[in-house]
Ligand binder design. Structure first.
Ligand SMILES: [Zn+2]
Length: 375
């Protein structure tokens, strides 16, 4: 199973490709809706399929704590447990362990942390992160890494780069000896760290390249750094990463950021924005953002987005959706989420079509202008 690069844009670094997994093919550039606890909030797997999702993301740390591995193992893995038969990418839990849990100890072996739920103590090591993702049945497994915050010092970022490299090697060694890891069906992506520091990014990339088989992730961005610094780093990564491997930019982003990151040669994306913002009434349309809570939609009988194919846009008016949000009706949350996910997936489909038609550059400039800084 591998990644095959299809078309490379002549003006920008945008590309299309296909990542093949044991559970189906993923056309890139791709957006992966986030199913933190084994559910993309408010949506059913059937709705995700209709919206055009080809792969979703599950969070190892959260699923490990709730419902716990025994329940998921008894259900034959996360796919059967949540009734999603397409590919699933799981993160390694590293990001959540460092950002959410109460850390006890970080060593070269791994991390000991206390669950914020019940105070129980757990140890996460590179080997354990691989074992958990195998139990979940992940199709794209992520290496256990350390992701420092955007305001971390250079020496902290350097330490994270060192640990991440050592841990990636341990992950790869564990998978090599494990009978449940079939490289014909599953992918393993190392995660490049280094913040926005050029020499640390180069070092992290050099140290991790030996473990890149079909794809690689760029981590440690969209964690509070300046946006231009993020895009400068993406430009650097574009020149450093092998062209024939899938490139996953973790945790990005808003519509215009996705388009710009595609232009910088990135292929895979995940972000909570379309689902989280939907629950606040904020929706994305081809002409910009619309907040359904805004009074100006009280009597607006037009659909949310005339060119959108989702059920919400085909069925309801802005006035009705505004009314639902006004009264905190759950249908409003569901419809806004369904719309935003459909929009994000349609945006990626549009991006792929524009790359194939050699019109991505002019289209992307127009799109980014429309979305502007208010993306
Ligand atoms: Zn819609």
């Amino acid at each position: 199973m591998s990644f095959s690069l299809e078309i490379s844009d002549k003006i920008t670094s945008a590309r299309t490709g296909i990542l093949t997994t044991g559970r189906g093919q993923i056309e890139t550039p791709v957006f992966m809706p986030i199913g933190t606890y084994g559910a993309v909030k408010t949506l059913s797997p059937a709705e995700l399929k209709t919206a055009g999702a080809s792969v979703i993301l599950g969070n190892t740390y959260h699923l490990y704590l709730r419902p716990g591995l025994e329940v998921i193992r008894a259900a034959s893995g996360l796919h059967d447990f949540m009734a999603w038969d397409g590919p699933i990418l799981t993160d390694s839990g590293g990001f959540q362990v460092f950002s959410l849990a109460k850390l006890r100890r970080i060593s070269c072996e791994g991390v000991v942390f206390t669950s914020g739920l019940d105070g129980s103590e757990h140890e996460m090591t590179p080997e354990r992160a691989m074992e958990i993702q195998l139990i979940l049945g992940s199709d794209i497994m992520m290496a256990f890494d350390e992701c420092p915050p955007g305001d971390a010092s250079v020496s902290e970022v350097e330490k994270a780069v060192e640990r991440t490299s050592r841990w990636a090697e341990q992950c790869a060694r564990f998978l090599k000896g494990d009978e449940h890891f079939d490289p014909e069906r599953r992918h393993f992506f190392p995660i490049i760290q280094g913040g926005v520091n050029e020499s640390l990014r180069k070092r992290s990339t050099e140290e991790l390249i030996p473990f890149v088989k079909s794809g690689v992730a760029v981590g440690g961005l969209a964690v509070g750094e300046e946006k231009e610094a993020m895009f400068d780093t993406l430009g650097l990564m574009d020149g450093l990463l092998p062209e024939d491997k899938a490139r996953y930019l973790m945790g990005v982003g808003k519509p215009a950021d996705l388009v710009r990151a595609v232009a910088s040669g990135m292929d895979m994306f995940d972000c909570v924005i379309p689902t989280r913002n939907a629950r606040n009434g904020q929706t994305f349309t081809w002409n910009g953002r619309i907040n359904l809570r805004n009074q100006r939609f009280k009597e607006d009988l037009a659909p949310l987005d005339e060119s959108c194919t989702c059920y919400a846009c085909h069925t309801f008016s802005r006035a009705y959706l505004h009314h639902l949000f006004n009264l905190n009706e759950m249908l409003g949350l569901r419809m806004a989420t369904l719309h935003n996910i459909t929009f994000y997936l349609a945006l990626m489909e549009k991006i792929r079509a524009e790359i194939r038609a050699s019109t991505f550059d002019s289209w992307s400039r127009d799109f980014m202008e429309r979305y502007g800084g208010a993306s």
